[in-house]
Design a protein around this ligand. Structure first.
Ligand SMILES: [Zn+2]
Length: 643
């Protein structure tokens, strides 16, 4: 899913070499797919649901087919806030133990079951109105009196709210096929997963919509979205000449805008199919509703979009990418959620790269997925909740995306996309945990990436780096100083040092792995400037060098002031500058009347590269000037604050 933010892609020449995984073809892993502790597999959910769409009631009868993996005298499901009217196995009523705190019901089997037995549970139920559950209800209903075009009912279940509208084994590692028969008032359209197999006019003022999801699905991705929708559709032709409809289910007021966006959505499907293997499901639908908490939710084959972001390229691309990463291949446990969100977020960048080339990728990584987010990246990518963070913390999304970008940087395009192909093939219609993804990478790339996953996924923080250099006697001495905060690792960073000399540049590939490390590099000409990681393949934050370290007296040759980034900006922007000689430095911001608005530096500084952030929360939109003064050096640049 995409959650709201407080603040708010070189060409892939090798992508043709991507191994195209087909669903179900497996790779051999020591531990294929996390299966959970339950003694059964759910095979199929069949739901008959009636949505009156005048209040938030929902009446259901469900048929859950499961196969026992081992002998047992009971099975269990998750259910909460549901009035269970009857529970049967086959046609035999059975006893049920309810554990409200665990949101679980245990179904006692009439006779002990054996491995291989197939059971069909039949449950008739309705929702308990206003059941208190910390504001999360699974099923949400809104009247048109709210200012929306029609009454609206939808489900939104991630991570564990499907149990509040259907009894189910509500764990991300469990997948089954599904069908939904959704009865709504005539004139309403009830959208769901899979393909529409028909509609029945019941003759009593209601219509039943029949949906069949033949591709395995986990419960948090199952969904209903119902209102007075119209449908726009455009065919996408797969590499094997199948036709997949790309669709919007939206209110008539939104239809023209969405229909006009369908060709772009289809291009996204084509591009992701090129990168990740063919689109995995039988349709791709998008509904657009409001009110809706997140910006989008990747229900399998039927994304729910927040109406305000219904044609937003980063939300649409993010949710679409989830169809591969999250839906076809699903995080096996919630601590592994970065396997959904980091992948979908990096896919945003891949779409930007497709549209704008490598500069667009670079800019997306640097500006969108780095700036302003360091503060919210205190935790490790893995298991945010276990560290006291929100499951959908930005660290999971943006740092997770950076992990994939860095992995691509280390492996190169060919091996990186080949890894994704093997990963898809091995885990299609299954669930996966982090170590299994790493196992795929290691086997495809032929290397051990423990160091990489340990520092980037399982450790908190990011590299805080100060740099300095000097040149003499045909040698460039470049020092990288890592300044980790408490508990953070000193990172191993394969990285490029680029030295610019008049008319050209020279790249040096090094591995930085110490708190202070000096690289002695052969360079026959004195450089104008030297930059660490010029193409942004490494997540890092440049910080001023510590004042006490004498070796920072090595002198970069020039004072310089860079253009701020991003620009335009709101409300924060970064300004990089370099100091050549120890001395008093000021960096101030002025409005167009010459009034000083902010002081970003006003102190004695050692030679080095610096990066400061201006938070313009207090300032009005407009053009501002920023001026660096150091000794005899002074330079002024303009920037644009757009609120
Ligand atoms: Zn997402």
């Amino acid at each position: 899913m995409v959650i709201p933010l407080t603040l708010t892609c070189w060409l892939l020449g090798s992508a043709q070499e991507v191994e195209r995984g087909e669903k179900g073809s497996g790779i051999l892993l020591a531990n294929p797919t996390y299966e959970g502790p339950q003694p059964f597999d759910v095979l199929h959910y069949k739901l008959d649901l009636t949505l009156p769409l005048v209040d938030n009631q929902l009446y259901g009868s469900s048929e859950i087919t499961m196969r026992l993996k081992q002998a047992t005298d009971s099975v269990w499901l998750n259910a909460v806030g549901l009035q269970l009217d009857s529970v049967k196995i086959g046609n035999t009523p059975v006893a049920v133990q309810v554990d409200s705190a665990a949101e679980r019901i245990t179904v006692l089997l009439p006779a002990p079951g054996n491995a291989g037995d197939t059971l069909v549970l039949r449950i008739a139920y309705s929702r308990i109105q206003n059941y208190p559950r910390y504001g999360r209800h699974g099923y949400y209903f809104f009247l048109d009196t709210l200012g929306i075009p029609a009454n609206l009912g939808y489900t939104f279940s991630e991570p564990s709210d499907a149990r509040n509208w259907m009894p189910c084994y509500d764990e991300p590692w469990e997948k089954a096929t599904a069908e939904m028969h959704l009865t709504v008032p005539d004139g309403f359209l009830a959208a769901s997963n899979g393909v529409l197999t028909g509609t029945t006019l019941n003759g009593d003022g209601t219509t039943t919509w029949h949906w069949l999801e033949q591709d395995k699905i986990t419960t948090y991705l199952m969904c209903i979205t119902a209102s007075r929708f119209t449908v726009s559709s455009l065919p996408y032709i797969t590499s094997s000449n199948d036709t997949i409809p790309i669709q919007y289910y939206v209110w008539p007021e939104d239809s023209a805008e969405c229909a006009a966006y369908l060709p772009t959505a289809r291009d996204m499907v084509a591009e992701y199919s090129r990168l990740f293997g063919e689109y995995p499901f039988r349709k791709y639908g998008m509904t657009a509703v409001v009110p809706f908490g997140p910006l989008g939710m990747e229900h399998q084959s039927i994304t729910t979009l927040n109406r305000f972001f219904k044609t937003s390229r980063w939300v649409v691309s993010h949710e679409l990418a989830h169809q591969w990463w999250g839906d076809l291949v699903t995080c096996g446990t919630w601590p592994d959620v970065w396997l959904n969100e980091g992948f979908a977020t990096y896919s945003e960048a891949l779409w930007m790269e497709h549209v704008g080339g490598f500069p667009a990728l670079r800019s997306y990584m640097k500006d969108t997925l780095t700036q302003f987010q360091f503060a919210s990246w205190q935790g490790a990518v893995y298991d945010p909740v276990g560290q006291g963070f929100n499951l959908f913390d930005r660290v999971v999304y943006s740092k997770g995306a950076w992990v994939l970008h860095m992995l691509r940087g280390i492996l190169g395009d060919s091996l990186f996309f080949q890894s994704l192909g093997v990963y898809r093939a091995g885990f299609a219609e299954k669930s996966v945990i982090t170590s299994e993804f790493q196992e795929v990478v290691d086997s495809v790339a032929g290397m051990n990436t423990d160091w990489f996953f340990n520092q980037w996924i399982f450790s908190p923080g990011w590299p805080r780096i100060a740099t300095g250099w000097t040149w003499s006697a045909d040698t460039l001495e470049y020092t990288v100083n890592q300044l980790p905060l408490g508990g953070w690792p000193v990172y191993r960073l394969p990285v490029t040092i680029r030295a610019y000399t008049p008319g050209t540049f020279t790249d040096f590939r090094v591995v930085d792995s110490m708190d202070v490390q000096t690289f002695r590099l052969p360079l026959t000409q004195m450089p104008d400037s030297v930059i660490l990681d010029p193409d942004y393949w490494v997540l890092k934050q440049f910080v001023p060098p510590p004042l006490s370290v004498g070796e920072w007296g090595r002198t970069p040759l020039r004072f310089s002031l860079d253009q701020n980034y991003p620009n335009p900006f709101n409300p924060m922007t970064n300004i990089e500058f370099r100091i050549a000689k120890f001395g008093f430095v000021t960096l101030k911001v002025y409005d167009l009347l010459g009034q000083e608005v902010a002081t970003l530096a006003n102190e004695k500084m050692n030679p080095g590269s610096y990066n400061v952030t201006w938070n313009a929360t207090e300032s009005a939109s407009g053009v501002y000037l920023y001026r660096l003064t150091a000794g005899n050096f002074t330079e002024t640049k303009r920037m644009l604050l757009l609120k």
